[in-house]
Ligand binder design. Structure first.
Ligand code: DGL
Length: 268
C-alpha cells in the first residue's frame, strides 16, 4: 500500500532545509511539510525545557497536518528533546546526531572535529556517541557561535561569516583534524564557504544523507512509503518568522510552486 501522507520536518529555522533537500532527493515521491521556528531561533542557547516545549508544539502542528513521520531536522532539538518526543508521540520520529561515528571510522590522523551548537556539544547524545564510537580518537568539539544567526540572516557568503568560520576551523585543522562533522543543520548551508576554507585539508561530513537513508528505512519498516508520487505531490513550508531566506533557499534547492505560510503556533 502506498501512503501519500506527508513527511513532517522541523528546525529552529532554515537549517533543516539541508536535511529537507537530502530527503526530497532520496524520496522524490514523498510530500513534505516543513516548519522553520525562526521566531525562536537560535534554540542553541535556550533551556532544555523550552526547546522541549517548542519541539512538542511544532510536532503537534505537523501531526495536525497529517504527517506520517517526523524528522527533527535540528541537532539541538534532537539533543534536548528526541527521546522525550518519542515517548510523548506515537508517530515514528527520526532525529539528528553529530556524525562522530563516520568521522571516527574514517580518520587517519586520529583527530576529528565537530562543529555544533553549545546545546548539542553539552547534550547526552553527543557525549554517548563519542563514548561509543570514538574510543581512542581525539574529538575536537567547537561551538559555532554566531553561525546560525548568519545563516538566518541569509549571509551565506559574507566576510563576517567567513571570519567566524576561519576562527573555528583553522585551530581544528592545526590540530591535525582530518574529518569535520557538521553538527548543526544550518552549517551545511555554508558548505561552499567551508570547503573554500578547508581546501581539501579535511573531509567535511554533512549528516543529511545518512538521515535521509534512515528516513527511508523507518518508512519501509512501518509500511509508510509513498510508492508513487501523487499528482497532488506538494511541499509546504511554514515559518514563525520572516519568509526570507526560507524562500530563496527552497528556490535554490529546486522547490517549485511552493507556498510559504505563517505557522500558527503557541508563542510561549
Ligand atoms: N539547525 C539547528 C541545529 O541543528 C540550529 C541550532 C540553533 O537553533 O541554535 O542545531
Amino acid at each position: 500500500m502506498s501512503d501519500l501522507r506527508p513527511l513532517g520536518l522541523f528546525d529552529s529555522g532554515v537549517g533543516g532545509l539541508s536535511v529537507w533537500r537530502a530527503v526530497v532527493n532520496r524520496l522524490p515521491h514523498e510530500a513534505t511539510v516543513y516548519v522553520a521556528d525562526s521566531a525562536y531561533c537560535p534554540y542553541g542557547s535556550r533551556p532544555v525545557n523550552e526547546i522541549k516545549a517548542r519541539s512538542a508544539a511544532v510536532t503537534r502542528f505537523l501531526l495536525a497536518h497529517r504527517c506520517k513521520l517526523i524528522v527533527v531536522a535540528c541537532n539541538t532539538a534532537s539533543a534536548a528533546a528526541l527521546e522525550w518526543l518519542r515517548a510523548e508521540f506515537r508517530v515514528p520520529i527520526v532525529g539528528m546526531e553529530p556524525a562522530v561515528k563516520p568521522a571516527a571510522a574514517q580518520t587517519q590522523t586520529g583527530h576529528v572535529g565537530v562543529l555544533a551548537t553549545v546545546g548539542t556539544l553539552h547534550g547526552a547524545l553527543f557525549q554517548n556517541t563519542t563514548r561509543h564510537y570514538a574510543d581512542g580518537v581525539q574529538v575536537h568539539g567547537q561551538v559555532g557561535e554566531g553561525l546560525v544567526e548568519q545563516v538566518e540572516a541569509g549571509h551565506l557568503d559574507t566576510p563576517e561569516t567567513e571570519a567566524l568560520l576561519r576562527q573555528y576551523l583553522e585551530p581544528m585543522l592545526a590540530a591535525q583534524v582530518d574529518q569535520i562533522a557538521l553538527g548543526c543543520t544550518h552549517y551545511p548551508l555554508l558548505l561552499p564557504l567551508i570547503e573554500r576554507i578547508v581546501q581539501g585539508r579535511a573531509n567535511v561530513i554533512d549528516p543529511a544523507y545518512a538521515v535521509a537513508r534512515q528516513v527511508e528505512r523507518v518508512l519501509a519498516r512501518h509500511n509508510l512509503l509513498a510508492l508513487a508520487a501523487s499528482n497532488r505531490l506538494s511541499h509546504q513550508f511554514y515559518t514563525t518568522g520572516k519568509t526570507e531566506p526560507l524562500r530563496s533557499l527552497v528556490t535554490a534547492f529546486g522547490g517549485q510552486n511552493f507556498a510559504i505560510q505563517a505557522a500558527n503556533l503557541p508563542t510561549a
